[in-house]
Design a protein around this ligand. Structure first.
Ligand code: P1T
Length: 392
């Protein structure tokens, strides 16, 4: 019932890591599935003499297993699991010295935008920039010497792809840190730390868990000093994930590799089908040759993921009609679960982005976002076609 050594664990293939790192049998009972340490506190032998676990806000053995697995999947030394993707973002913002300059991609999840513009705008100087325009970004980096460059790639919802290695290189020159929100790709398709980034953020709510039954976040990084700062903040502020939720993510992770393959297989076919559809104006999917950063996507990702956005021919009326007539695609916020979801970014996930900014980014009323699930492809197409037929 041995546990893998660090060296043995590192040598494993991704498909083996998702199952075996943090998935070792319970040393006490031999239970093949990790115990859920559903406890708030841990008994001490004498004051300060304990097993390494004192209180679940600080540490919990089920969460530790998940952190071990996540660190290894992103090829990082450390991982910190948090109660949500946004609380992971919050910890990073608190960990930076006051009045830090941050360059953040202009097209990020609406909740991240809201966190930065309504909570942290007073603590830091946050500039939103188009990180796909490397020349302009480089000028800003050398002029502003930011503490942090925050990338979402591909972005939510416009699926813009930023060259991670190029940004990490310019960041290093300016002594800036680079963080990549890797939620859309998961470490199965993209590993930012291997490309030179300093830190990876995930909303585990999405592909990592994969079953739409948990909210969670994670940060992976190599810098021990910054990790310690993040952990201290988490312990002090309190957004730790519950043991049961960590256990669910550990369970979901086991199928990450095959789920991602299935998401992508459906999404590639669906993107091509949509591109040829007479009621569709334009499709955005990093795997399409028509995607403006298709070459960069091919270079830095080993697959293109399960997210598609497209512009319907028409406006809000047509979008609403379409969205109200799908059945297998559930009209809901979130993404990355095994079931297909559909949503209207302007009204739903990105409502907190001001209308003018939305318009500038291309988040118009005819923009639809799909999280393509792993159901049968023909059933998914038939569902969309049924809804297309309802619009004139
Ligand atoms: O919802 P939460 O676990 O707090 O994660 C926030 C978050 C962070 N980063 C990205 C790229 C995200 O997409 C999200 C959450 N996104 C949605 C809920 C959504 O429907 O787009």
């Amino acid at each position: 019932m041995g546990k893998l050594t660090k060296k043995e664990a590192q040598a494993l293939d991704f498909n083996t890591k998702v199952i075996h790192i943090g998935g070792h049998p319970d040393s006490e009972t031999g239970a093949i599935m990790p115990p859920i340490y559903q406890t708030s506190t841990f008994v001490q032998k004498s004051p300060g003499e304990h097993s390494g676990y004192e209180y679940t806000r600080s540490h919990n053995p089920t969460r530790t297993r998940l952190e071990e697995c996540l660190a290894s999947l992103e090829n990082a030394q450390h991982a910190l699991v948090t109660a949500s993707g946004l609380s992971a973002a919050m910890l990073v913002m608190h960990a930076l010295p006051e009045n830090s300059v941050i360059l953040c991609g202009d097209d990020v999840y609406g909740g991240t935008y809201r966190l930065f513009t309504t909570v942290f705008h007073e603590r830091h100087q946050i500039h939103f920039v188009d990180t796909t325009d490397l020349k302009s970004l480089e000028r800003k980096v050398s002029e502003l010497k930011p503490a942090l460059i925050w990338l979402e790639t591909p972005t939510n919802p416009m699926l813009k792809v930023t060259d991670i290695a190029a940004v990490a290189k310019m960041a290093k020159k300016a002594k800036s840190m680079t963080l990549v929100d890797n939620t859309f790709m998961s470490p199965y398709f993209q590993r930012p730390i291997d490309l030179g980034a300093d830190m990876v953020l995930h909303s585990m709510t999405k592909y990592l868990n994969g079953h739409s039954d948990v909210v969670g976040g994670a940060l992976m990084l190599n810098n021990k000093k910054f990790y310690d700062k993040l952990w201290t903040l988490q312990n002090s502020i309190g957004p730790s994930q519950s043991p049961f939720d960590s256990w669910l993510v550990l369970r979901g992770l086991k199928t990450l590799a095959i789920r991602m393959q299935a998401h992508e297989k459906n999404a590639i076919k669906l993107a091509k089908w949509l591109e040829a559809h007479p009621k569709v104006d334009k499709v955005i999917y990093p795997g399409l040759k028509s995607h403006p950063q298709h070459k960069i996507a091919k270079k830095q990702m080993s697959g293109f993921g399960g997210m598609i956005t497209f512009f319907l021919k028409g406006g809000l009326k047509e979008s609403k009609k379409f969205l109200s007539n799908v059945t297998l695609f559930s009209l809901a916020e979130s993404l990355g679960g095994v079931e297909s979801l559909i949503e209207h970014p302007a009204i739903m996930t990105h409502a907190s982005v001001p209308k003018q900014t939305r318009e500038e980014l291309g988040i118009h009323d005819n923009l639809i976002r799909l999280s393509v699930g792993i159901e049968n492809y023909d059933d998914l197409v038939a569902d969309l076609e049924k809804a297309f037929k309802k619009i004139r």
